[in-house]
Ligand binder design. Structure first.
Ligand SMILES: [Zn+2]
Length: 273
């Protein structure tokens, strides 16, 4: 009692087949704080004790408010598990893409190449420690040519697709090296169609095309949430760097409008008390 906690928002049924394997993120009959039931915008929220995660003293409330997207990024990273020497690409710099860059840099990925299309995204990844020449602006560069020039024409060992558009999914396959991994992270904007030559590339190059969903929280030091807490405790990550707006609670609606209407550049909009 009296301790600050983070909240794993997914409330699993704990009886379905994935739940019995502790794959709660794939629960067939889950509840969810903040979508299927009221979340932190409500005055009071009741949360099962199982979903509470005591915070280390080193973690700020702002960092704690970003635990969920951080765990999602860590989950994606670990699904692909790039080795330090692997050429790794992150395409798409929304919140998850940016957090993924943060964790990949923290994990010591040496050859990280990042594709974005907005100036503030570039500034954000540079702030996270990415070298300037590892950033590709897809508005001004031919992405495939840019990647080819930096991978001896082979493509990436691991390619994180964090956009969810048909063209970027195709680009991901086209720019992944033989025996490489395409990690599909972005939620889809539309139906996806693969041209025949792209499909051939998956077969002939024995690509691993993998999905990722949500994050793993199983009350185990090795799960995604504890991984994030560990990095926060060690002060190895600074997710606060990605907060672009801090708004008092009474201006929350304004923040929601910025996100819905995209009236301003933003990464993370934080309601502060
Ligand atoms: Zn379940």
């Amino acid at each position: 009692l009296g301790r600050s906690v983070g909240i794993f928002p997914l409330i699993p049924c704990k009886t379905c087949s994935p739940c019995r394997k502790k794959l709660y993120e794939m629960c067939r009959n889950y509840d969810y704080t903040g979508s299927r039931r009221d979340g932190a915008f409500a005055e009071y929220v009741s949360v099962p004790v199982w979903n509470l995660i005591p915070l280390p003293e080193e973690a700020s409330f702002e960092a704690a408010a970003m635990l969920e997207p951080m765990a999602v990024a860590v989950h994606a990273m670990r699904r692909a598990a790039p080795a330090a020497a692997d050429t790794t690409v992150v395409c798409g710099l929304g919140t998850i893409g940016l957090l993924l860059v943060m964790f990949l840099l923290d994990a010591g990925i040496k050859n990280l190449l990042v594709i974005g299309n907005k100036e503030f995204q570039k500034q954000a990844v540079l702030k996270l420690g990415l070298p300037k020449d590892a950033y590709c602006d897809s508005r001004t560069e031919d992405v495939s040519r840019w990647l080819s020039a930096r991978t001896d024409g082979m493509g990436a060992d691991v390619f994180f697709e964090c956009v969810g558009k048909n063209e970027t999914c195709i680009q991901a396959v086209q720019n992944t090296a033989p025996a490489g991994t395409v990690l599909l992270t972005g939620n889809p904007f539309s139906d996806m169609e693969l041209p025949k030559d792209v499909y051939w590339k998956i077969l002939r190059n024995q690509l691993k095309v993998t999905g990722t969903w949500n994050s793993s929280y199983i009350h185990d030091p090795a799960d995604d949430w504890n991984y994030v807490l560990d990095r926060l405790s060690a002060k190895k990550i600074t997710p606060e760097d990605l907060i672009t707006h801090r708004l008092p609670l009474e201006r929350l609606t304004e923040g929601l409008h910025i996100m819905r209407d995209k009236t301003e550049d933003y990464i993370k909009i934080m309601a502060v008390l």
